[in-house]
Structures are given as C-alpha cells and as structure tokens.
Design a protein around this ligand. Structure first.
Ligand SMILES: [Zn+2]
Length: 219
C-alpha cells in the first residue's frame, strides 16, 4: 500500500469509500503489533520460527488490503463506445475473490457474478474482475461489497441495469463461532432493468446457474 499516497488521490471519487486514517502507522509499528498478537496467543515472537513472521504478516496485509489504494471509478473509466449496436446483457460469472470480514478479519472466499445491460458504453471485461478485486481487498461485509460493486458500475457506466450476485464462505463462521463448514452466503443487488424486468432478471440468474436460488437475499 506504499503507492497509496499519490496517483489517483488527485482525483478523489466518492466511490473511494473508506476513510483513510490521518496518520498511517509505520511498517515497524505494524510489525510490533503482530509481535503483540503473537505474545497474546501465548507464543514467543523471538522463537526462531517466528522471528520473520511479523514482517511476513505485514507484507500479506499489503496484498489483502491493497484495494484501498484503488479508485473503483478509475478502473471503469476507460470505456468503449463503438459497440456496433450491441445492447444485450454482458455477464462475467465465477469471478473468484478473497476478502476479509470486517468483524473478525477472517477470510471470505467466494465468487462474484456481475452483469450489466449496456447503454452506449461497454467496458473491457477484465475491468469487471478488477472492480471486484478493488472492493474485495478491503475489510468487508458481503452485503456492502455486493452493493458497492453494483453502485460503481451504475454510476460510472450508467447502463440500463446492473446485477451482482456474490456467493461466499465466511471463515469466521466455518472455522470458529458456530463452526458451520460448507455453508455459503448468497447476496444480490439488482438495479434498473434487472430489478424492474422479471425476464431480464431470470435470464441473468439462469446464466449464472441460479446460485442458492431458494435464499437470495437482496441488499
Ligand atoms: Zn466475521
């Protein structure tokens, strides 16, 4: 996250949701915090096998939370307008992501399905995957992430409709707490034509294979 200080900061977007702390702790302070947690767990951070662990954990955090350095609007800004009249649904399904829940900082592992109905503008399909990553690599709750992805596409591309469905397993639920491995949560956000037009929504859900269709929770 060391590249967090310049670049897109000059073009603030209201999509950049998370407030940045005024004073970011130093790397040494972050590593010290990990040493504290190791001691709290009952271990000796000076033990040979653990000496380099704080540095590794901090480097992992740089990757896990790199989404804060990405402006989602920037990801979508390059659009293509010559679509030769293409006005059918664009669907990118099974976008694998790793995120972390903001309640336990435990991994959320899942996949996102993203669709929109273009109005004049389309975006490179890899951008939809990068948009998912920009939001996944933050502290998240699944409901919020689902809505953020849909809202970003709606705001920047202004299509006729957006649909986002996320299916994910929460390790705070599977490895601790109620210990329910195998359970997945399904969330969806439908805007525009996907919300108003039942056949559009049905076409999308059929394309992505009706995930958890019995318990789709709208957010
Ligand atoms: Zn959690």
């Amino acid at each position: 996250m060391s590249n967090d200080r310049g670049g897109s900061a000059a073009r603030p977007s209201r999509l950049r949701s998370a407030a940045r702390p005024a004073e970011r702790p130093s790397r040494a302070e972050a590593e010290e915090a990990v040493r504290t947690m190791i001691r709290w767990a009952g271990e000796d951070p000076a033990r040979e096998g653990l000496v380099d662990t704080p540095a590794r954990v901090v480097r992992s955090y740089e990757e896990f939370f790199s989404g804060y350095a990405v402006d989602p609007a920037d990801v979508l800004r390059r659009t293509f307008e010559e679509t030769d009249g293409y006005d059918e649904m664009v669907v990118l399904k099974d976008i694998r992501f790793e995120s972390h829940c903001e309640h336990h900082m435990a991994p959320i592992l899942g996949k996102a399905h993203v669709a929109y109905l273009p109005k004049h503008r389309v975006v490179g399909i890899s951008k939809l995957a990068r948009l998912v990553e920009a939001y996944a690599r933050r502290l998240q709750i699944q409901e919020k992430m689902t809505a953020q992805i849909a809202n970003a596409i709606q705001e920047v591309l202004q299509p006729l409709g957006v649909a986002v469905v996320i299916e994910a397993a929460h390790q705070c639920m599977t490895t601790r707490g109620v210990h329910k491995p195998g359970s997945t949560m399904v969330t969806s956000r439908m805007l525009g034509a996907f919300r108003d037009n039942q056949s559009t929504r049905r076409e999308f859900l059929a394309m992505i294979g009706e995930p958890g269709s019995a318990r789709l929770s709208n957010v």
